[in-house]
Design a protein around this ligand. Sequence first.
Ligand SMILES: Cc1ncc(COP(=O)(O)O)c(C=O)c1O
Length: 430
Amino acid sequence: MSLQARDHKVIWHPFTQAATAPVPLPVVAAKGSWLELADGKRVFDAISSWWTCLSGHSHPAIVAAIADQAARLDHVLFAGCTHPGAVELAERLLEIAPTGMSRVFYSDDGSTAVEVALKLAIQYHAQNGHPGRQRFLALAGGYHGDTIGAMSVGDPVDFSGPFSPLLWPVGRLPVPLVHGDALAGNVDCTAELAELDRTLDRHGDSLAAVIVEPLLQGAGGMRTYAPEFLRQLAKKARERGILLIADEVMTGFGRTGAMFACQHAEITPDLLCIAKGLTGGTLPLAATMAPEWIYERFLGDSARQAFLHGHSFTANPIACAAALANLRVMRDEGLLNKAQALHQWYAQSLPSLLDHPQVHRVRWLGSIGVVELHGHGYHDAAQSTRLQRRCLDRGVLIRPLGPVLYTLPPLTADVGELREVWRVISESLP
Ligand SMILES: Cc1ncc(COP(=O)(O)O)c(C=O)c1O
């Protein structure tokens, strides 16, 4: 029986309507930007396996670090124990994080990093004399994960519908979207900033935190927005004692051409969530970073004042070793420069696609290039599936977000590969 037939009998896939979905790709190996299928065919991973694969698949240095660590210390609980990898990784992360961060709280994935940030914000205010600060502000079009808290702060979408009775009410700000070069544009944000002021005047005292995906909203449609809006939001939140949570789960580790997208806007968040690219995309690991003045509010005689949250695999040593190796690869192979080179290539190449009658808009930021088609809505699955299929037949794996086609390849991908990928995409357009 084929792998797909066996899969069909026993597996329940994520984000998949099994009744209508095409059979899944049987992937048996991966190297660099390429996946290898059971029949030996190679497919370019143009979306970095859900935005995780940063340094190329099965990078030898990361593979060696994982094997070495697994043989020495596979796992140990992280309450009451520590280990060298967790400490060294925290030290490295604090060196590259936006200024002000001094503590690293580990968890497992993007959603848990966000849940931790939301819970920290609430408990911080409660223990800092503001128990009434219990609400969150978020951005329209935002996505922060699939656990209940992360879904609550994300903009409602069809798939969060069944859970709506469980989600808490969250204020949502309109964002001034930018097209073309996300870093070049001077977009007028007057209307959005006026709305922000109105919201803060009305609800400012009850807000614990505002949560943002800095500069680029991923799952919401690879939407880029004005750095000036983010700067003003950060400033106004700070003035009112509202924490700023930067969800860099997708944008972190050089994806946008800076180590963290916050750095493009020169803002310092109060809580920073990272995951996905942290281990180069090899193993699940996440972290929420915080400054000392937040950490200190959790110190005291009572255990109840501590942050009583944790997961079985918190700070898994093998994942920490992978993350440390990934950071070395990023440095040694100049991956930030590579992301900037991809940005330049998009700048030269994507605008010409505007000549295609189906193309509505293009935009790019670091290693992320986006083409938005006219017409069909987010849930015109048939159109997206057809496009995806056409690209796949020609050896390119994409996963359109409705009318939004994008590439977000491993940072090790070279410009020649990307050129070929976009030739395939443009020739596959309807
Ligand atoms: C910005 C952002 N936050 C959080 C998440 C959730 O991460 P995970 O899927 O690892 O739980 C995602 C996932 O795509 C994301 O893009």
